[in-house]
Write a new protein. Structure first.
Length: 115
């Protein structure tokens, strides 16, 4: 049995207008992302990791705020409080409105925003 508290993360990756706290639960990194108003992947994380779009799969639960996601194929989706979802590789995303977007990511923590 393993128990950890996300408020005491094993690692925090900070970037302009956001951060992701990583808690390693056994072999599984679970991330809590906090993205501020004005955050956009292509502006704030792309300079760290490179590439034309985010290549991480996110399996998430949204706690607060709103985020818009546009896939490389042009399909789009908006996520808000209480939503769960899977966002496959090949996307850009940005915060909507003036509230922080906070979500728990069960699959992207291993590599997200990692140099």
């Amino acid at each position: 049995m393993v128990k950890k508290n996300i408020d005491k993360p094993d690692e925090t990756r900070k970037f302009e207008k956001g951060k992701i706290d990583i808690t390693n639960v056994g072999d599984t990194p679970i991330g809590r992302g906090v993205f501020e108003p004005g955050w956009k992947w292509s502006s704030h994380v792309k300079p760290i990791v490179g590439g034309e779009s985010c290549q991480v799969t996110h399996t998430m639960y949204v706690i607060s705020g709103r985020m818009h996601v546009r896939m490389d194929d042009g399909s789009e989706q908006e996520f808000g409080p209480g939503d769960t979802g899977i966002v496959p590789p090949g996307h850009d995303a940005w915060v909507l409105g003036n509230e922080n977007f906070v979500a728990v990511d069960f699959t992207g923590g291993k590599t997200y925003a990692k140099k």
